[in-house]
Design a protein around this ligand. Sequence first.
Ligand code: HEC
Ligand code: HEC
Ligand code: HEC
Ligand code: HEC
Ligand code: HEC
Length: 482
Amino acid sequence: MAKRWAVALMRLLGRNWITLFGASLTTVSGLAICAFLLFGLLGLADSPYLAMMALLVLPAFFVLGLILIPVGAYVDNRRRRAAGNSSQEDHRRDSYPKVDFNKPSVRRAAAAAGFLTVINVFLVSAVSFQGVSYMDTPEFCGEVCHSVMQPEFDAYKDSPHARVACVDCHIGPGAPWFVRSKISGMGQMLAVTFDTYQRPIPTPVENLRPSQDTCEQCHWPAKFTGDRIKVIRKYSDDEANTPLTTALLLHIGGGDQGGSGIHSWHIDPSKQTTYVSLDPQRQTIAWVEVREADGSLTEYFARGQAPTEEQRAQGVRRIMDCIDCHNRPTHIMHLPGRALDQAITEGRVDRSIPFIKKMGVQVLTQVGQVLAAPEQIAQQLRDYYQKNHFEFYNSQRAMVEDAIREIQSIYSRNVFPQMRVSWGTYPDNIGHEYFPGCFRCHDGDHTTLDGSRSIEQDCTSCHTVLAWDEESPAVLSDLGIR
Ligand code: HEC
Ligand code: HEC
Ligand code: HEC
Ligand code: HEC
Ligand code: HEC
């Protein structure tokens, strides 16, 4: 019985090497996929590389094998016919076989083919569904090409969006963008395979989907809050690392409240702001056009001057959306000062270490963009404290060593020599402290041609400054903010 089935299967597969190779490829990869899936279910295999093998690479071999089976049969048939042309008898033997369902062997072969097809269709669709879902996970996007995505992935894991999938911002819902992303993904795979990708990955991301379809799926513009207090804590360069506090009342505003808040104005659907930038990073803005609901157009030009022909030709137009302000909502990288202020505020670096703010920033800024930088950081800080604060270093060695470790990790969270990402590689457009940000347009210098109107730089239009670099602002204690 078993032998008869084996014979039927052999007949089905033919006896040519292409078909046999295809059949073996399919069988081996099919078994391997099953094994991987089983390991996965048992929780034994938990690496993005294994998942990629099981869900993307092996299925490709599996399908390739399936395709080779009929290809082999076809090639074999052609070859035999070509060889048999000379003899009548061969020719007859090699013409297409008559399929006669009265013969038990033919019925068995057909049943075997049907059975295998059902299994294959099931396996291929189950695995491709899993494969596609898997390609949507942050592990796939962030970890498979680890060194390429490390700057973005590391910052993301530590951000307010750490539980939002990469694809929610980078692809969004719907089939057309899904297909686009897969096509561009293939280009990216090739770039990684042949090591032709750019370092650092250039921004702005040219083909990022408009934010209505991504950010606004979760953040409902009409439901934004009115004002919000933001407390910013910094430390000065003196021996005591004296704390300095700034408190802003940010007029964020709501999308449907009218008024003059940041969001009220900028994400009001009845206005459309288009701007033209002269540099690839969109930091130099030549002119801005505001179109109101009634169709009226106001144009603001840098220094109030009409753009030259050259600028008109060179400039890139863009309709402003969430990402023109929130360009780093999740890949948040800091400059040394900001990073140290945060570490001291959160107690990861002890404020009682003399000059730690100043020295930390100095060492982080001066150390080279090299793989050995963390060791250099430790060496320089140890040298400094041994030489200048010997007593303190000797009595509080553990505290200083903790601070050194934290400063090393600030470095490795923000500087990635292998991707040529360094301090300030990616400008952040929120605010105006570290990068031009809002002041790319709100610099008081973007005016209409007749000079009668300008894009507001009034300090109170975006926020009220409640306290500015004060040691212990009264306003915060009045509000009960510690
Ligand atoms: C909250 C939304 C959001 C999430 C989640 C998100 N990104 Fe981004 N990402 C952005 C935005 C916005 C930009 C565009 C920055 C620009 O154009 O200036 C960007 C830019 C990038 C860039 C270009 C380089 C750079 O640093 O700007 C890469 C690479 C990237 N993201 C990878 C990822 C990966 C990998 C994940 C998941 C681990 C992810 N992103 C998750 C919003 C997001
Ligand atoms: C899948 C849902 C989702 C998407 C898509 C999304 N966000 Fe968010 N976002 C959140 C959640 C949830 C939080 C709140 C996190 C918290 O409170 O800790 C948040 C917080 C924020 C914050 C406040 C961060 C802070 O420091 O408190 C900003 C700004 C923001 N998102 C902007 C964006 C922008 C811009 C995009 C599009 C590029 C975007 N988000 C896309 C879910 C999303
Ligand atoms: C003109 C620049 C600008 C635009 C455009 C803009 N925002 Fe904001 N947004 C800000 C600023 C500034 C803040 C406050 C900054 C902060 O919290 O540090 C803010 C705050 C937020 C917050 C946090 C709100 C809170 O109460 O804490 C979210 C979420 C947010 N924006 C999402 C969006 C989304 C979604 C869009 C697009 C529909 C958008 N923003 C468009 C400038 C902008
Ligand atoms: C590409 C240029 C551009 C950028 C960048 C930009 N704005 Fe604006 N903004 C405008 C224009 C144009 C107006 C409308 C000026 C007018 O017609 O009164 C405006 C108006 C505003 C208003 C309303 C002012 C009022 O008088 O009612 C606020 C608030 C505002 N912007 C906040 C911000 C903040 C915060 C940022 C940075 C996160 C920012 N803008 C970045 C172009 C810009
Ligand atoms: C177009 C809107 C806008 C205008 C005009 C504006 N600011 Fe700001 N400012 C912001 C935003 C947005 C932030 C950043 C909030 C954050 O860190 O998220 C900020 C932050 C600040 C900070 C804190 C910076 C830090 O991180 O230490 C100070 C101080 C400040 N602004 C002062 C001013 C002064 C003074 C003026 C008038 C010359 C002014 N701002 C005009 C939008 C504006």
